[in-house]
Design a protein around this ligand. Structure first.
Ligand code: A2P
Length: 343
């Protein structure tokens, strides 16, 4: 089997580090691993498969020099905008974890369990986009239900962990909690978020748009339509919660046909990379603390609406750094390899 030269851009970041862990755990056909970040962390080393690998500075020429074939970008939108074209020019396929290319009509936006066939469109630009973390776990749950009952509307509330905003945001929550125990929370700084996140909830993720929805909420709307190739109605309220890892979502789904909660539960149980934890009598349901470092999406609280036969409610939890970012990107890479080798 062919092995590939892989670059991780943003290797020192929250998602970059998780990509390394996922690649370590699976049997990824790796010839060479090149770790890239800014000048700030160039020269630092990272452990991979019990060996130290030195992080190099991201430059315009590095992809050519290192003969990179697959480049996973997780260093922010502006870094992808500037450097992804150099990776493509050097002959690599770029799998981009930022929002920069997601809505470009020539760039496929892929959740491998939902629309793997779209990967074939990568040749149009050399780039495949990884969706927003909240969209990925939601669509893994929606796809089997849409296939069975024809989804027409989603009403979502998300409960998103601080790691979605990067390492410094996680540190901000920890520091504020330490400040709380030192009786100085009121003096604690907040830079990553507009408000104190410790012991609080912030019903704003990213900036507000003219229609009073946030950019994060509209990402869920637009990305869902693009991935499902369907004009489904969606309304979301995205909330930042004082959790380090693991996004949770309360989803209310409306279908074109009547649903049965037991049948829906069985459909989800059979769906790829989904684990059902749905045992109300034992107080069992998914929670963020249980999903850390897991590559599956956890679903529970599956129940019919009290009034409408065509509505279902469920609760979906996943590790945002894994399922919502690193794992999805690596699964796209694996699928891309499978498709290329079939040609
Ligand atoms: P660095 O650690 O050198 O700043 P997070 O999402 O956890 O904040 O991580 C962001 C990642 O993106 C880090 O690996 C960071 O590297 C990287 N990064 C940020 N800006 C740049 C840049 N201009 N060039 C290359 N990598 C960057």
């Amino acid at each position: 089997m062919k092995k590939y030269n892989l670059a991780v851009v943003g290797a020192s970041g929250a998602v970059g580090e998780e990509i390394l862990r996922v690649i370590e755990e699976i049997d990824f056909p790796l010839a060479k691993l090149v770790l890239l970040a800014s000048k700030r962390s160039a020269g630092n080393s990272v452990e991979f498969n019990a060996k130290e690998i030195i992080i190099q500075e991201l430059t315009e020429t590095i992809f050519d020099e290192e003969d990179i074939e697959i480049a996973l970008f997780s260093a922010g939108g502006s870094v992808s905008a500037k450097y992804a074209p150099f990776a493509v020019k050097a002959g690599a396929v770029v799998i981009d974890n930022t929002s920069h290319f997601r809505m470009d009509e020539n760039v496929p936006l892929v959740v491998p369990e939902v629309n793997p066939e779209d990967i074939a469109l990568w040749r149009q630009t050399g780039i495949i986009a990884n969706p927003n973390c909240s969209t990925i776990q939601m669509l893994q749950a929606l796809k089997p239900l849409d296939d069975a009952y024809d989804l027409i509307r989603v009403d979502a509330s998300t409960y998103q962990a601080t790691s979605g905003a990067g390492k410094t945001a996680m540190e901000e929550l920890v520091t504020q909690m330490q400040d709380f125990f030192a009786f100085k929370l009121s003096e604690s700084e907040h830079k990553s978020f507009n408000h104190q996140i410790a012991l609080n909830l912030i019903p704003q993720i990213d900036v507000f748009l003219e229609n009073d929805y946030t950019k994060e909420e509209i990402k869920m709307v637009n990305e869902t339509k693009k991935i499902l190739h369907k004009d489904v109605e969606l309304s979301a309220t995205c909330v930042r919660v004082p959790v380090l890892r693991g996004h949770s979502e309360s989803l209310s789904l409306t279908f074109d046909s009547d649903v049965d909660a037991n049948e829906a539960r069985e459909l989800l149980r059979k769906a790829p990379n989904i684990i059902i934890i749905d045992n109300p009598s034992q107080n069992e349901y998914p929670m963020p603390a249980g999903c850390v470092d897991q590559n599956e999406t956890f679903i529970g609280r599956i129940r019919k609406d009290l009034y409408r036969d065509n509505m279902l409610h469920l609760w979906v939890v996943a590790d945002n750094l894994r399922v919502g970012a690193a794992t999805n990107a690596v699964r796209i890479a694996q699928k891309w390899i499978e498709m290329e080798e079939r040609l």
